[in-house]
Design a protein around this ligand. Sequence first.
Ligand SMILES: Nc1ncnc2c1ncn2[C@@H]1O[C@H](COP(=O)(O)OP(=O)(O)O)[C@@H](O)[C@H]1O
Ligand SMILES: [Mg+2]
Length: 305
Amino acid sequence: MGKVLELENVHKAYKLGFILKKKPVLKGVSFHVNEGEIFGYLGPNGAGKTTTIKCILNLIFPDSGRITIFGEDSLRPRARQKVGFLPENPYFYDYLTGREFLAFYADLLGIHGQLREEKIKYFLKLVGMERAADLQLRKYSRGMLQRIGLAQALLNDPALVILDEPMGGLDPIGRKEFRDIIVNLKKEGKTVFLSSHILQDIEMICDRVAIILAGEIINQGYLGDLISEKVLFTEVIIGGVPAAEFSHLGESVSTSGDRVLLKVFEEEKIDRVINLVQQNKGKIISLLPRTETLEDIFVNMVKNQ
Ligand SMILES: Nc1ncnc2c1ncn2[C@@H]1O[C@H](COP(=O)(O)OP(=O)(O)O)[C@@H](O)[C@H]1O
Ligand SMILES: [Mg+2]
């Protein structure tokens, strides 16, 4: 499996005004992205995600370190020809329609005539924007703008697609639809790099992740390796039994209406809970083992910094 993108010890500091003081933002960032994977770049706001992406795309230059795209130094224009990019806050021409917006960018890429029309049609369909193609961008919702922005980022048939907080500002349905589109890009053989400060979005679709905190990569790897399968506790929801019946178990007991919610930390107590429910002629509404999530890991790491 080839490396599509590699960063080695990238440093970047921003100058603060006229004084010579510099603010370090990237402090030796290293990671790589493999061909064909969805790679998640995860970190809280201000961690340095957008700065990293700007360095990858040569919009700003690192102070030191090395970035290679498809094995070529990112400073060479050829390295970036196979890269598509959706910025965090894309600038859109309000009075263009979605179709005109794509036509404008296709022209810039030297895609004209019949080929241009075919491509626009194809990508409008891919991002689910055929029906809104002839509406002006100022009438689009945030989700529609993200979709049309993604279509633009795909016009040059990139092998690597870089998306900066693509799910930002989307409602839960919009997020789900956007996740599906990203998974489809992977199925088409593209490599996807996406940044996010929202753990769930990354957890659901990414193969590998790097976690950045205050300009440093604090962890990276396969999600399966970062998240243990260990059961933290089992959540049991019970109907028809008074909460007091479970209090002697010493586990977490709470109530919601006539339901009892139990968090059972000791596995051997699950059988006792089930027996108690049967003895009281109650009902187990659900029984769910809770394993560690990326969120748990993330919260622990931030706490231990
Ligand atoms: N052009 C700039 N000049 C000075 N500081 C900047 C500039 N751009 C970003 N920063 C600072 O760098 C840090 C990282 O920003 P950014 O890369 O945008 O983080 P993220 O995308 O993870 O939210 C922040 O503290 C931000 O204020
Ligand atoms: Mg950002």
